[in-house]
Ligand binder design. Sequence first.
Ligand SMILES: [Zn+2]
Length: 212
Amino acid sequence: MSVEVSSHSLFANRLCLDFANLPFASGDRAEGAIFWDEFVDFLAVKRIISPEKTASIRAMAKSDPCAAQNLLDHAERLGHALRLCFRAILRSQDLHREWVEPVNRILRVTEGHDELQWDGTAWRLGFIAREEGLEWLLAAIARSGAELISEGASQNLKQCANPDCQILFYDDSRTHRRRWCSMALCGNRSKVAAFARRNQQGEGEKASAHHA
Ligand SMILES: [Zn+2]
């Protein structure tokens, strides 16, 4: 499992948001890395593919590189579209029709049904796709995105308050006051920074008092 998927981006409370937070879905290809492994890790962690299937899908990068690249292109388009939509919702802006098209495209080509699934702690409503083509791997993500988009402007959709982070998450806390993607990652970091600022100010005041 890659570091990105295991520790970076799965705080969002919604499948579509966790997906949109993945570096590869953001179109961040600065390092020229191959994102297939990251994508497959995500599908496995989110139980979209079973452990038995994970190895054969991962091997597609070599066994069927065209199909793998085609799916990755779809995934990137979907991720990009979702991010545009969620950013607009955060800013109470209208969504462009072309932004939702990649979501609709996946919804159109994937048939399936909803099913209640026990995830070890709670019952979740999951989407079971009929396995035709490879786009079914994106069906649950597109469906989750479509649900959030149709929910519209909502105080539950948020962006981490750390300006360097920008992770999107769904605040389903009772008080709706969650500010950070993760307290451990950004919350504590911000507290440390605020403490340092206060301390610096204190030092500054002491210095100027001394000077006077
Ligand atoms: Zn954050």
